[in-house]
Design a protein around this ligand. Structure first.
Ligand code: NAD
Length: 488
């Protein structure tokens, strides 16, 4: 039995917790145990409309529209303090709801949420424009300047794999810049967003600045993206849904940020410190049961160190402890839902059928949880497991012989989210950081992003940036003012 107090199960609209207007609900299941944790509201089109109207009213003429940047910063800082004080409860909710080990949330994800809120709190009173002194024209002096303004209502749509962190990436810069927001979390992992809603009220944000509409993507999500009162859609999720959202946004010319899927390469050269690389590479493949967008599951290993590195990776994989996410010994938890289990097992079966060599894993552990063994294959770039995003604990090692070959192999993929380079050769680092298709490159490391550093994907991994100054500016628009004055 899960003993953590549950957050509200309703929608947060205009500062009030209210049920769905048609009474519809969605069951919340803890994936690691199959236990039902209760039900949450499934927002209707009308509920989404009410949430957008509340956000719109605050933005257009509410207290928020008159709140200074400094005061917005104070509110965000207060929220950061509340999240920090709530670390254990939020981490427990995340572990139970997502099925990931408690320690991942407690030591990495929720502390990063606190850092993100504080980072953007600091930006809230520092949004400035530029000035332009221009030569006179037609006998008149000219002077131009720009102001940076918020966009309006931001629709934030989030996935289930790291729900608290990704919500903070959208919430903090949107509010720092003066927008209001409607958040639609994933139906499989809404609990921490609902808990954040309670903390947002406690922090003192005016009612309607932050609204939360739980529900399905096809109903609540689609209603939100189509709503004429929304100015920007900030979406994190799969590439296929991202494409639909881009098409919806195009019809009404809404601004979009799309953070989508990935199939990230990591490259191991013979000069790398293999003992250091192996545990980090394993983390990148198996963290959150492989359900991370930045999972570096295409592992290109120079043929001269292939056997050594595969052996180190096998030891790492086999050291994983699968089990209850709340157990301190657990290092790998449960996949999110039965469909995801089927999907991952389908990919493992495809690798066997396509002739990949299984090094370790390949099976699943009998329920009630949805546990897949950490799995490593060796094979070629043409394998389905080497080409498609699996979102499960499956890595494919691919041997290579020279730099031109591995660069071509690494870039021969639809995605371009992250890449990891393991080498100490400066000219190689220079060439590969420049030429590899990725929005984010790690050199001799892999891990959570820092709030000051932009996060983005290229190719099928997305459009636009989150985090950093770029992530803040993505929640604003520039207005140009031209002032003309005559001499006399
Ligand atoms: P998903 O695309 O199925 O769902 C994401 C969100 O979109 C959910 O809230 C869902 O309810 C909603 N949604 C679904 N259909 C919709 C529609 N038609 N209109 C509006 N909203 C809709 O993704 P998921 O399975 O929840 O998450 C996994 C995916 O997210 C993976 O592909 C992963 O790589 C990606 N991801 C990317 C990043 C990144 O930073 N690039 C980070 C985390 C996850």
């Amino acid at each position: 039995m899960v003993s953590v107090p549950m957050p509200p199960s309703q929608l947060l609209i205009d500062g009030e917790w209210i049920g769905s207007s048609d009474g519809a609900t969605i069951e919340v299941v803890a994936p690691a145990t199959g236990e039902s944790l209760g039900r949450i509201a499934a927002a209707t089109v009308g509920d989404v409309d009410a949430a957008v109207r509340a956000a719109r009213a605050q933005f257009d003429h509410g207290e928020w529209s008159k709140t200074s940047g400094a005061d917005r910063g104070k509110l965000l800082w207060r929220l950061a303090d509340l999240v920090e004080a709530d670390l254990e409860r939020l981490s427990t909710l995340e572990a139970v709801d997502v099925g990931r080990p408690f320690g991942e949330a407690f030591y990495a994800e929720i502390p990063l949420v606190v850092d993100v809120l504080r980072h953007f709190a600091g930006w809230a009173d520092k949004l400035t424009g530029s000035t332009f002194t221009l030569p006179p024209f037609g006998g008149e002096d000219r002077f131009s300047y720009t102001v940076r303004q918020p966009l309006g209502v931001v629709a934030a749509i989030t996935p289930w794999n790291a729900p608290t962190m990704i919500t903070s990436w959208k919430l903090a810069p949107a509010l720092a810049a003066g927008n209001t927001i409607v958040i639609k979390p994933a139906p499989d992992a809404s609990l921490t967003t609902l808990r954040l809603g309670e903390l947002i009220i406690e922090a003192g944000f005016p009612a309607g600045v932050v609204n939360i509409v739980t529900g399905s993507g096809t109903d609540a999500g689609a209603a939100l993206t189509q709503h004429p009162g929304v100015d920007k859609i900030s979406f994190t999720g799969s590439t296929s849904v991202g494409r639909q959202i881009a098409a919806t946004a195009a019809a009404s010319l809404k601004k979009v940020t799309l953070e989508l899927g990935g199939k990230s390469p990591q490259i191991i050269w013979p000069d790398a410190d293999l003992e250091k690389a192996a545990p980090v590479a394993a983390l990148s493949i198996f963290a959150n049961q492989g359900q991370t967008c930045a999972s570096a599951s295409r592992i290109y290993v120079h043929r001269s160190v292939l056997d050594d590195f595969v052996n180190l990776l096998k030891i790492e994989a086999e050291s994983r402890v699968l089990g209850d996410p709340l157990d301190a010994e657990t290092t790998m938890g449960s996949l999110i839902n039965p469909a995801q289990l089927e999907r991952v097992l389908g990919y493992i079966a495809s690798a066997r059928e396509e002739g990949a060599q299984l090094i370790t894993g390949g099976g699943c552990v009998e329920g009630p949880g949805l546990f897949v063994e950490p799995t490593i294959f060796v094979g070629g770039n043409e394998l389905t497991v080497a080409r498609e995003e699996i979102f499960g604990p499956v890595g494919t090692v691919i041997p290579f012989d020279d730099d031109d070959e591995v660069l071509a192999l690494a870039n021969d993929n639809a995605y371009g989210l992250t890449a990891v380079l393991w080498t100490n050769n400066a000219s190689r680092i220079g060439r590969f950081t420049r030429e590899i298709h990725a929005g984010v490159v790690w050199v001799n490391a892999w891990g959570p992003p820092h709030p000051a550093v932009p996060w983005l994907g290229v190719k099928s991994s997305g459009i636009g940036e989150e985090l950093g100054l770029e992530g803040l500016k993505a929640n604003t628009r520039v207005k140009t003012v031209n002032v003309v004055s005559s001499h006399s």
